[in-house]
Write a protein that binds this ligand. Structure first.
Ligand code: HSE
Length: 452
């Protein structure tokens, strides 16, 4: 049977990995796909630059639009990243009747609704397994493997770079910037690593997961996003002492009042498998009504793990080329006309537990005043721990207080875990706490999920 011709947009880390995997496993891949998959053309920024991967037999161009307009190309693999050029190129490819495979989570999260509309009209496929959790086949698992289920919630470590940084801080006492540099050197981080550490990359991925899990359109703007930049080694150590680990978590949950979509650092109990996912590894825990809880674990970034998903999508597209478009797996898991507009909860409406660290004057009655505020706010405390002032705490807060006659000016650190409460309620209590004279106002608050 005639070979399928592929045009590659971008030959960076993932593009290079894709070429390697396609070459190394060529026989097995064509035996699975039923046809030979040939990369015939690639768009690269500099056509003269020497590359670590062989480009033999592949025509090079600096213009991605030359590939999307080439009538000899059946499938376009978009690995440019970013939004603008990638969106134009993908829409043109689709409008030209080409199937598309992409690893671009920003593109799908922000423009997927439009892209899938175009694809539906033209009867082509846009596959995006590599956009979420690198090599883990999570899109296929939720969209196809869990098709019998009503999904209740999913919680995932879906940014390898953030997980790598927090793991290195905990395991080796690395500082934040040093660990980030290592993640960049290993090719895990985005071109702009702010996307990783500020939580945007995870929010793109959560948008996609929520859509296929709950049958809703892609709604990136509804995700609450908080990155890992404020996490300190002090909190990592205290969390561990209390039996938790701090992980960069993406959470999508169906509640009676609406959907929660949030990305933020989270304390997770140490015995939970998710708490033990370290380094660049990703994992997604999915709770569904029929199957119960399932866990998907693997490399969340890197050349060949991501290429594994790109090539799997290529095989899927090649297999589906001969299928009637109406009978293919829908892009967002549910039939396009049946995506529902579900209410979304704001972060103030969600319910969760909290870890809190505050520095207070070591005087009688201070703890009582603090616990009274929680009692008045109907918030139950789970654990209270008092520590001497840590060496690496904010020295400013120490100089802020002046000794009062006859009273101790010594400060101590109090760590508290609360039980589940509504965020709005907790924020009000926190504000009251910070108004107490004996409490420094730099209170650390990290959300905590038991995932049970
Ligand atoms: N920068 C991403 C991460 C790469 O660290 O997870 C995979 O999407």
């Amino acid at each position: 049977m005639k070979a399928v011709n592929v045009g590659l947009l971008g030959v960076g880390t993932v593009g290079g990995g894709t070429l390697e995997v396609l070459r190394r496993n060529a026989d097995e891949i064509s035996a699975r796909a039923g046809r030979t998959i040939r990369v015939v053309k690639a768009a690269v920024r500099d056509v003269t630059r020497a590359r670590s991967v062989s480009m033999d037999g592949i025509a090079l161009t600096a213009d991605p639009f030359e590939i999307v307009g080439d009538p000899g190309i059946d499938i376009v693999v978009e690995l440019l990243g970013g939004e603008d050029i990638a969106k134009q190129a993908v829409l043109q490819a689709v409008d030209n009747g080409k199937h598309v495979v992409t690893a671009n989570k920003a593109l799908i999260a922000l423009h997927g609704n439009t892209i899938f509309e175009h694809a539906q009209r033209r009867g082509v496929m846009v596959a995006f397994e590599a956009a979420v959790a690198g090599g883990i086949p999570i899109i296929k698992s939720i969209r196809e493997g869990l098709a019998a289920n009503r999904i209740e919630w999913l919680a995932g470590i879906i940014n390898g770079t953030s997980n790598y940084i927090l793991s290195m801080m905990e395991a080796e006492g690395s500082d934040f910037d040093g660990a980030l540099k290592q993640a960049q050197a290993l090719g895990y981080a985005e071109a702009d690593p702010q996307f990783d550490i500020a939580g945007t990359d995870a929010a793109h991925k959560l948008t996609i997961l929520a859509s296929i899990a709950f049958g809703i359109p892609l709604q990136f703007e509804r995700v609450y996003v908080q990155g890992i930049t404020a996490i300190t080694l002090t909190d990592i150590i205290y969390a561990r002492e209390l039996g938790y680990r701090i992980k960069p978590l993406g959470l999508a949950r169906r509640t009676a009042e609406g959907l929660e979509l949030r990305v933020h650092p989270t304390l997770i109990p140490q015995p939970c498998l998710l708490a033990n996912v370290d380094g660049v590894m990703n994992a997604i825990l999915v709770r569904a009504d029929a199957v119960g809880t399932t866990l998907y674990y693997g490399a969340g970034a890197g050349a060949e793990p991501t290429a594994s998903s790109v090539v799997a999508d290529l095989v899927d597209v090649v297999r589906a080329i001969t299928t009637d478009p109406e009978n293919r797996v829908p892009h967002l898991a549910f039939q396009p006309g049946l995506l529902a507009a579900a209410p979304m909860l704001s972060i103030e409406q969600i319910e969760t537990a909290y870890y809190m660290r505050l520095n207070v004057l070591n005087r009688p009655g201070v703890l009582a005043a603090i616990t009274k505020i929680f009692g008045d706010s109907d918030i139950s405390l789970e654990t209270v721990l008092q520590k001497g002032f840590p060496k690496d705490s904010d020295p400013e807060s120490r100089s802020r207080s002046r000794p009062e006659h006859g009273k101790s000016n010594q400060r101590v650190t109090i760590i508290m875990l609360t039980q589940k409460t509504r965020e709005r309620n907790f924020s009000v209590a926190l504000k009251k706490l910070s108004q107490l004279e004996a409490v420094d106002d730099n209170i650390v608050r990290i959300r905590l999920e038991n995932l049970s």
